[in-house]
Design a protein around this ligand. Structure first.
Ligand code: ADP
Ligand code: MG
Length: 543
C-alpha cells in the first residue's frame, strides 16, 4: 500500500539500516530506549516552544504512551511533543542529521562481525533502531501549532513514502510492525521491565497499555538530581548519564551537590569515561542542561565555559522563573553566579582527582587538549590549571607535570623549555632538540594545536619563564658550548656565505650554532615574533 510520495534514503542511512538490521540480535531492546528518549526530547521541545507561542501549548495530560497490540502485531509509541512537519520527517528520518550517528555508522561498518552487537549496545543508533524489531515502521506526526498531519512509512530498505494523514492532536506516533522473531516486544510485562531499566529517570509520565486496555504508569519520573546522594544507586546514575550525555559508557567522574544560601541549585554533572564521537565537531559550547524547578529549559545557556565542554549533566535552580525567556537568560546575573560556582566546583574536582596519576591519565587521554584551552581562556585559574595539566617530555616516559619538571631542572637553568610541533611521534627526533639533549636539558614536547597558544599566555610558571626552544636557542650558551676547532671555524666561514647566497630571500639570516650535534642545519624562528609551529599554522590557514 505504498501510496504517497516516494523518497530515497540518503546513502548513509541505507548503509546504517543495513547494518542495524543484519548485525543485531542480542541488544535489540535498546530500540525502546531510543524511541522513548526521542519522545521525551520532543515533549521538552514543545514545552519550550510554548513559552513564546501559545498555539503550541502542551496539554496538561502530556505523556508518552506505549501500546502493544498482539493481534495486529503492532507496537505504538505515542507522544504529545513538538511533532514533525512534512519537511521535518524527510530531513530527520531520511538523512543522518547527527554526525555522531554517522561516525558511529562508520565505526560499525569497520568492526568485526562479532563486535557489532556490543558496539550497538554501547552507542545506540537513534530512531533507526526501530528497524531492529520491526519490518515496517509508520510515523504519524502533527507539528504543534499546525493542523496538518503526515505519515512517513518505510520497510527500511532503500526508500520511504510520505503521505497525508490525520491525527486529532499534535504529537507523534511511531508504529512498529513487529518482526516474527520479536514477540517479546508485544508483551506489556516485558515492555515494562525494559522501561524501568532504561527510562526510569524520564520526567514525563510513561504509560503502558495492558491486555485489558488499562494504562499503567511505567516510570517514577523522579528528578534524580534533586534526591540526596544516599538515595540514588550507581545504576540509576549511570543510566541518567547515558541519557544526558548520549554516551553509552560509564562516567569517569560524577559530581552531585545541592547549593543553598545565596544561590539555590542542584547539580548533577558527569565527565565521560570515553571521548564521545561528537566531540570532534567544532561546536565549542558546553551543553549542560538548565532546569528551573525540575522543568527542562534549555541546553545552550552556557553554564560552563567552552573549555569544560566535555562535562555533561544538569543544573536545576530555584532562582529563575519558570517562564524564563532566552533574552532574560542572557541578561540575568543569577546565571553568571551559577556558572562561576559550577566552574569552580568542576576545577576543584579535577584538582583532587589529578593527585592519582593513573586515574587522571584516563581523563587526560580523552580531554587533555580541551582542558589546555582553559590555560588560555581562563585568566582567573590559569596557573591552577597549568599545575594540573600533563605533558610529554624529552627525558621522561609517559606524562609529566610542570612541578615535576621544575624539580628536575638544572640549577643554572632559568626557564621551562618546550618544543611545539604537529606530530607527537616526530617531536623526539627533531633537530631542535639535539643541543638540549646533548647537555641533558629536559624539553617539554607539545603537539596539540592549542599548544601553540597557551604557553605564551601563561608566560611564567612559579617564577620560571616558559621558552620555546625554536626561538630561544641562545640560552644554550649558558650550559657550556662545546669548543669549536679552528678547522670548523674556517669551514663555517666558507659555508655560511654560500648558504646565504643560495637561499637568498627565503631566510632572514644564516648563522653558526651550538644547538646541533648530529644534524647539519636547523630552521630557527626569531626570538621575537611567532614561533615555528605558529608560522606553520598561519601558512596553512592562508595568512
Ligand atoms: P537524535 O535523537 O539523537 O537527534 P534520532 O535518530 O533518535 O537522533 O532522531 C532523529 C531526529 O528525529 C530527532 O533529532 C528529532 O528531530 C526527530 N524525532 C525523532 N523522534 C521524534 C518524535 N517522537 N517527535 C518529534 N521529533 C522526533
Ligand atoms: Mg534520539
Amino acid at each position: 500500500e505504498a501510496t504517497g510520495e516516494q523518497h530515497e534514503f540518503s546513502a548513509e542511512v541505507g548503509r546504517l539500516l543495513d547494518l542495524v538490521v543484519h548485525a543485531l540480535y542480542s541488544e535489540r531492546e535498546i530500540f525502546l530506549r531510543e524511541l522513548v528518549a526521542n519522545a521525551a526530547d520532543a515533549t521538552d521541545k514543545r514545552r519550550f516552544e510554548a513559552l513564546t507561542d501559545g498555539a503550541r501549548a502542551l496539554p496538561d495530560d502530556a505523556k508518552i504512551r506505549i501500546n502493544p497490540d498482539k493481534d495486529a502485531r503492532l507496537l505504538t509509541i505515542s507522544d504529545d511533543g513538538a511533532g514533525m512537519s512534512k519537511e521535518d520527517l524527510a530531513r530527520n528520518l531520511g538523512t543522518i542529521a547527527r554526525s555522531g550517528t554517522r561516525a558511529f555508522g562508520e565505526e560499525l561498518a569497520n568492526a568485526r562481525p562479532e563486535d557489532k552487537p556490543s558496539l550497538i549496545g554501547q552507542f545506540g543508533v537513534g530512531f533507526y533502531a526501530a528497524f531492529m524489531v520491526a519490518d515496517r515502521v509508520d510515523v504519524i506526526s502533527r507539528r504543534a501549532g499546525s493542523d496538518e498531519a503526515w505519515c512517513w512509512s518505510s520497510t527500511g530498505k532503500g526508500n520511504y513514502t510520505i503521505s497525508p494523514a490525520t491525527r486529532d492532536r499534535a504529537g507523534t506516533d511511531i508504529i512498529m510492525h513487529i518482526k516474527e522473531d520479536a514477540n517479546d516486544f508485544l508483551d506489556s510485562w516485558q515492555l515494562e521491565t525494559i522501561v524501568r531499566k532504561w527510562a526510569d529517570h524520564i520526567s514525563w509520565p510513561i504509560t503502558i497499555v495492558k491486555d485489558d486496555g488499562e494504562e499503567t504508569s511505567a516510570n517514577k519520573g523522579t528528578a534524580l538530581w534533586r534526591k540526596p546522594r544516599g538515595e540514588i544507586d550507581e545504576e540509576q546514575l549511570n543510566e541518567f548519564y547515558r541519557h544526558v550525555s548520549h554516551n553509552f559508557d560509564t562516567p569517569w567522574a560524577t559530581l552531585h551537590w545541592h547549593a543553598e544560601g545565596m544561590l539555590e541549585f542542584s547539580a548533577l554533572l558527569f565527565i565521560p569515561g570515553s571521548k564521545p564521537f561528537e566531540f570532534a565537531e567544532p561546536v565549542r559550547e558546553s551543553q549542560i542542561r538548565l532546569h528551573v524547578r525540575r522543568m527542562f529549559i534549555t541546553d545552550d545557556a552556557g553554564l560552563l565555559p567552552p573549555w569544560l565542554r566535555f562535562v555533561t549533566g544538569v543544573v536545576d535552580t530555584e532562582d529563575l522563573p519558570l517562564n524564563v525567556s532566552r533574552e532574560m537568560l542572557q541578561a540575568t546575573p543569577v546565571l553568571a553566579r551559577i556558572r562561576k560556582a559550577v566552574t569552580n566546583r568542576v576545577i576543584s574536582e579535577l584538582k583532587t582527582r589529578s593527585k592519582d596519576e593513573a586515574d587522571f591519565e584516563k581523563f587526560w587521554d580523552n580531554f587533555g587538549p580541551t582542558f589546555k584551552e582553559g590555560i588560555w581562556d581562563d585568566a582567573e585559574h590559569r596557573t591552577e590549571l597549568a599545575t594540573i595539566a600533563r605533558f610529554r617530555s624529552s627525558t621522561q616516559d609517559g606524562w609529566t607535570t610542570l612541578d615535576a619538571y621544575l624539580e628536575r631542572k638544572k640549577p643554572e637553568q632559568e626557564a621551562i623549555y618546550y618544543l611545539t610541533g604537529d606530530r607527537t611521534e616526530m617531536l623526539p627526533s627533531s633537530p631542535q632538540l639535539e643541543g638540549f639533549r646533548a647537555r641533558g636539558i629536559e624539553v617539554l614536547l607539545l603537539s596539540d594545536p592549542v599548544d601553540s597558544f597557551w604557553p605564551e599566555r601563561l608566560g611564567v610558571y612559579k617564577d620560571t619563564p616558559l621558552r620555546n626552544i625554536s626561538q630561544f636557542h641562545t640560552d644554550l650558551e649558558k650550559f657550556g658550548a662545546p669548543e669549536e676547532t679552528q678547522a670548523e671555524k674556517d669551514a663555517l666561514d666558507v659555508v655560511i656565505p654560500a648558504l646565504k647566497e643560495a637561499l637568498g630571500d627565503a631566510v632572514s639570516d644564516v648563522k653558526g650554532t651550538n644547538r646541533l650535534v648530529s644534524s647539519a642545519v636547523v630552521l630557527a624562528a626569531p626570538e621575537s615574533g611567532p614561533d615555528l609551529q605558529m608560522i606553520r599554522l598561519m601558512k596553512r590557514s592562508g595568512q
